[in-house]
Design a protein around this ligand. Sequence first.
Ligand code: NAD
Length: 498
Amino acid sequence: MTTTRARSVQHFIDGAFEDSADAQPIDRLAPATDEVVSIVQAGGAPEVARAVGAARAAFDEGPWPRMTGMERSIILGRVAELIDRDAAELAALDAEETGKPIRLAEGDIAGAAGLWRYAASLALTMSGSTYTSNGPDFTGLVLREPIGVVGLIVPWNFPALILSQKLPFALAAGCTAVVKPSELTSSSAQHLVRLAAEAGVPRGVIGMVVGDGRAGQAIAEADGIDLVSFTGSTATGRRVIAASTGNIKKLSLELGGNAANVVFADADLEDAAAGVVFGVNFNNGECCVSQPRLLVEDSIADDFVAEVARQTRMLRVGQPMDRTTDVGALIHAGHLQKVTSYIGGAADEGGEVIVGGTRVTDGLLARGQFVAPTVIDRVGPESAAFQDEIFGPVLTVTRFHDQDEAVRLANGVQYGLANSVWSKNVDTVLQVAKRLKSGTVYANTTIDAPPQMPFGGYKASGVGREMGQAGFEEFTELKSVNIRTGKRAASFAIRAGA
Ligand code: NAD
């Protein structure tokens, strides 16, 4: 059903918003109501080519890479202030298009502003190094330079936040960018691009092509792009790798996850139970660091699972804009179908569904894609519900005997993005943290991502890092400049060790 208030989402190319020349736009249905809320232009290779051309010109000839770090920092800081100014509007856009609870969307926008502020500070500190050990007549400079034009491809689950994990870091380094939000959640990106222009980011520095995978594919293939920073599923990440080989572009890939919460008997069990319930249900479970696998020491398992079940039953499934909602609507009907089929599959294999397990259709919720927060006990490690990224509010429970088994189970999936360990014994915490194959380990806590900590995956969860100094440096190249002073020695004399 189309409503009269459906928004138009357009490309932003060389400083102007525009429609596609001929492609049919994409209708975006709000997942909580099934009403069309946005009409999104469907971009492809022609729009990407023009946006890349403008970004290339802005990089090769424009002021942005030539500004001082201070000048760029001031503009990025101004964007953060404008995000604060428009926070309510941005949060409402993301809540409506993702189906996530408004309270969480507000947290995303506050986080996004924080990322622009943090990146503004990095613009001031971009630096290389100097080697005085190259010999008395040599000084070695390692220069850090912006890598060039970057393509930034963003998923739907944290639209404004994940764009802000990429764009301000690229801009801080002096890069220019072509952005592609998810076709399901493009409205906040359109608003952010507007704010960046209002803050003084020069024309052509940021381009945006909206649309589906065809626009993403064109960015991954474009020879005028030097780096693609992609966040999305591991399956699409593989396509991006294959498409990127033409000009051997650098890739930063933030892919799928399937985290475990490892709970030992000596943990603060009340705290751990609250963390487990939050870890799997946060953002409707549609979070790359979501923690859908509870691994619990068998001596406490029955009592602990009972407490987790009790807290899960208290969660409120509801409309995204209702401030009492804990779990909102899943992103679309196909995804709801996928999540419920994993629940059915686990039950068929002997898992015991002790909470939830079904779609929620009470009253107005019948129009949207709602599923009850679910706990499935006694799920084996060979089950698809244990191995795959379900991406919904579904917790599987698996028991372990000792630390070795816990680590084996936690690491026994293709992903390696994040895991949690719960124990009051510092030996256990550190031993397990070191043995877990994931880019992040939370100890006695759960999902969090401070902007100064690098974030990324081991194994099929990706390559490269976002945020932190390491995330900033992804957008740079190093150039070694070896400077000789004084007169050069004989022509073919090669210095020892050179
Ligand atoms: P997706 O892979 O379907 O889409 C991600 C983006 O890629 C979208 O903008 C999409 O339009 C685009 N795309 C689709 N086909 C493409 C192609 N062939 N070439 C280039 N781009 C293409 O992912 P999604 O469903 O939007 O997001 C959910 C996934 O993202 C989950 O797997 C989740 O774990 C992952 N994710 C990872 C992180 C992380 O930091 N590691 C963060 C959030 C989400």
